[in-house]
Each structure stands twice: as C-alpha cells, then as structure tokens.
Design a protein around this ligand. Structure first.
Ligand code: HEC
Length: 143
C-alpha cells in the first residue's frame, strides 16, 4: 500500500505555486522603473515659469551637474536622470545630494560608472541645487 497517498496532490500544488512565482517575477521585472537604461521622464516645458527663488539653483545645476545629469535633470549619456522616481525625497533625501557632491557616488543604481566628487561646489550651492531639482521633480509629478 502507498504510505503517502497525498504526495502526488502536494506535488501538484507546489508546481502551481512555483509557476506563479516565476511568472509574477518576470512581470515585476518588466514593469519596474529601475532598469539600467535611463528612461528620461518627459521634458518639462514650463521652465520659463521657474520661480525666481530657484534661478540660482538652476544656474549652479547647469554649471556643476547638468554635464552628466542633463539639462533639467533628464539624464545624459554620462549620468542618470535626477528627475526620476528613485531620486524623490523619500528614496534619496537631501542628505544624499550633499553627500554625492562632497564625496562622489560609487555606481550602484545604473551603468554609467562612478560619480566623482564635485570640486568647487559648496554645501550652500548644493542646497540651492536641491531646491531646483525638487521643483523639477514636483513639476514632473514625481511627488
Ligand atoms: C561626471 C558626471 C557627474 C556629474 C558632474 C554629477 N554627477 Fe551625480 N551622478 C553621476 C552618476 C554616474 C551617478 C549614478 C551612480 C549610480 O550608479 O548610482 C550619479 C548619482 C547622483 C546621485 C544619487 C546618489 C545616490 O546616493 O545614489 C545624486 C543625488 C547626484 N548624482 C547628484 C549630483 C549633483 C547635485 C551634481 C552637481 C553638483 C552631480 N550629481 C554631478 C554622475 C555625475
């Protein structure tokens, strides 16, 4: 007599569960926003309406950051877009921006290589730059 009459049944259930996990994963993989290719978020066309309080931040961003992070933070061949969900305040707080500028960043999210520390930019400059980037992120509806 078969000592484990229910085994076949359980194997069937396990099979179905595995199948679900695999299919579920591949779906998540396709939908995840954090791929290694930067997906520039729609370019913001209202920059002419940039509030005066962010003008200096914009100038400093253009001088120090846009060569890699692109005009209006949309990314370039040298660096990722900062107007991107993964850089919203709850994922990358202002502190992460100060640290990036002062110490550089080891490549971990993307395939652009490391970000060097940025010489000649002060903590106050970065505070203004952050204000500008947060404004761009809000315009793009990121947070
Ligand atoms: C020489 C190119 C270059 C310049 C200039 C540059 N960055 Fe970056 N930055 C990068 C790259 C590449 C990454 C992505 C690293 C990775 O793979 O996560 C990055 C990542 C970042 C991050 C994410 C940090 C983290 O913790 O994941 C922030 C914030 C950032 N940069 C801010 C700035 C600011 C602000 C400036 C201007 C003061 C600036 N960057 C200038 C190339 C650059």
């Amino acid at each position: 007599m078969n000592p484990h009459p229910k085994r076949k049944f359980f194997r069937g259930v396990a099979g179905v569960l595995c199948w679900c996990v695999v299919v579920g994963c591949s779906e998540n993989g396709t939908n995840a926003g954090e791929s290694s290719t930067p997906t520039p978020i729609t370019q913001i066309s209202v920059v002419k309406d940039l509030p005066t309080e962010f003008k200096e931040g914009e100038e400093k961003f253009n001088a120090f950051c846009s060569p890699c992070h692109g005009t209006q933070g949309i990314g370039s061949a040298q660096g990722p877009p900062l107007v991107h969900k993964i850089y919203e305040p709850s994922h990358h707080a202002d502190f992460a921006f100060q640290r990036a500028a002062a110490q550089g960043v080891k490549a971990h999210h993307w395939k652009f290589g490391n970000m060097p520390k940025i010489d000649g930019v002060t903590a106050d400059d970065v505070t203004q730059i952050i204000g500008y980037i947060r404004w761009l992120q809000r315009q793009a509806g990121i947070f």
